[in-house]
Design a protein around this ligand. Structure first.
Ligand SMILES: [Zn+2]
Length: 461
């Protein structure tokens, strides 16, 4: 939509003013890279999660959900490789003590000077050499006096019980995927699922990032929506392609503009991965990852078999073949999708009377409120309350009795309420109401009895 008019600052301000997102711990001057969802933000977020779950669990013939614990046995992270290799290359400025990611410093410099480098493929010493050779200075103090690069583990550590020796060290999970992997056989056994089948999870994950976040794009605490598809190795690439299409279609159905989405294959594959790509979205700060699709081969389940000593093999009931399934992983950050949804929906329109309206063109299924009830006069408030009560049984609604009708429409437009129902004196005599459409601003007259099914039809996803 109208991405050219949207800057991140404008969006952050809009979210703060309307109640989508507030700065975390706001009255204490915040905590870097944390954000709190407000009254309409939490509705939007819950609706996004429900739409995703509906598409990838409810409407999938062979997918099942789990909700695993955030705290997992630390051996899980040994098996997944996170304890040894989940780290960022960190470099410190000796002059001003600023800590930065070396790869980011190089990338920024390379972009600015039109130098082509693939930072993901560089070793620490290659990055150190690049920074020295190009005399890259500290972005904060401008001096060139760097430490060596050290790897900085991104997992949040905590400890269990009263002592804090290594025996008791546990981690806040840095990804939700392991919760699906460790439950592979539990889910298979209890659902009697046959491979291929999927396990989905929505849940929080935590990463000790030192990178500035771009609002809710990158946060230290975030929610992931993940779907792991377990299949035979030879079917991996077929399902990988299928997921690319499904993931893309989901975004299009949520109202995303084709021009603001693109596929990007990974430059550097993990050693075990057969294929990996992202769908990127054109955010105000540029093209950035929105979701990932990976063909992870049988790496995850094999590692858990090795580290747990428990078999992860699936026994095919027809062929009697025993094997460890491959995994196709589809992962999308809920907060990141919410940010993209906000960016995609944001619009400013000049009205005939010269005013400008800010309007959020959300797909009705994710809009925070589905209906706003607006009585035209004080005498009609009781009737409006009666209709509001009726609608509340079915949808998230709001009622607004104060101010001019134009002002009230503007308030609903800027939080993306798709339908406004106005109550006037005819409502009392003939039991009809006016429904105004958010996007076209057109109005129709409808009997109150038909209101609920009318709204329901708009919410089909
Ligand atoms: Zn410095």
């Amino acid at each position: 939509m109208a991405n050219n008019i949207l800057t991140m600052d404008k969006l952050v301000n809009h979210c703060k003013q309307t109640g989508f997102v507030f700065r975390g711990s706001d009255i204490y001057d915040g905590l870097a890279n944390t954000w709190d969802y407000g009254p309409i933000g939490v509705e939007l977020k819950n609706n996004i999660k429900r739409a995703w779950w509906k598409r990838f669990v409810q409407e999938s013939d062979n997918s099942f959900g789990v909700d695993a614990a955030i705290l997992m046995n630390s051996r899980v992270w040994d098996a997944s490789g996170h304890t040894t290799s989940f780290s960022d290359p960190k470099i410190d400025c000796r002059e001003c003590k600023m800590r930065e990611r070396a790869d980011n410093i190089i990338e920024e410099y390379a972009n600015k000077h039109n130098i082509s480098v693939v930072v993901d493929k560089m070793s620490n010493s290659e990055m150190e050499a690049f920074i020295a050779e190009h005399k890259i200075n500290c972005p904060k103090c401008g001096k060139h006096n760097w430490t060596n690069i050290r790897q900085f583990n991104l997992m949040f550590e905590t400890s269990r019980g009263v002592t804090d020796d290594n025996q008791n060290k546990i981690y806040l999970r840095p990804e939700t995927a392991q919760g699906e992997f460790v439950n592979f056989l539990n889910v298979q056994r209890t659902t009697r699922a046959k491979v291929p089948f999927g396990i989905a999870q929505i849940g929080k994950a935590f990463r000790n990032e030192i990178t500035p976040g771009n609002f809710i794009f990158r946060t230290i605490e975030f929610e992931q929506m993940e779907h792991q598809w377990f299949c035979k190795g030879e079917d991996g690439s077929k399902f990988y392609d299928q997921y690319k299409k499904q993931a893309y279609d989901f975004l299009i159905d949520l109202g995303f503009n084709k021009d603001s989405l693109r596929f990007k294959d990974h430059d550097k594959l993990a050693h075990y991965a057969a294929a990996a790509c992202d769908i990127q979205y054109l955010f105000p700060m540029g093209w950035s990852e929105l979701n990932g699709i990976h063909n992870r081969t049988d790496y995850d389940l094999s590692r858990h078999q090795e580290f747990s000593g428990k078999t992860m093999q699936y026994l095919d009931p027809v062929t009697n073949e025993k094997y460890i399934p491959n995994v196709i992983e589809y992962s999308i950050g809920c907060d990141r999708l919410l940010l993209a949804t906000l960016c995609n929906a944001y619009d400013e329109q000049k009205l005939e009377n010269g005013e400008t309206r800010v309007v959020m063109h959300f797909a009705p299924v994710v809009a925070p409120y589905k209906v706003a009830v607006l009585p035209l006069q004080k005498d009609l408030n009781a009737k409006a309350r009666e209709i509001y009560k009726k609608l509340q049984k079915h949808f998230m609604c709001t009622i607004d009795e104060a101010g001019s009708i134009g002002k009230r429409y503007r308030r609903q437009d800027q939080i993306g309420t798709p339908m406004c129902v106005t109550i006037d004196f005819d409502t009392i005599s003939d039991n009809t109401v006016t429904i105004r459409d958010r996007d076209t601003m057109e109005q129709i007259r409808l009997p109150i009895d038909e209101l609920i099914s009318y709204v329901q039809n708009k919410l089909v996803f």
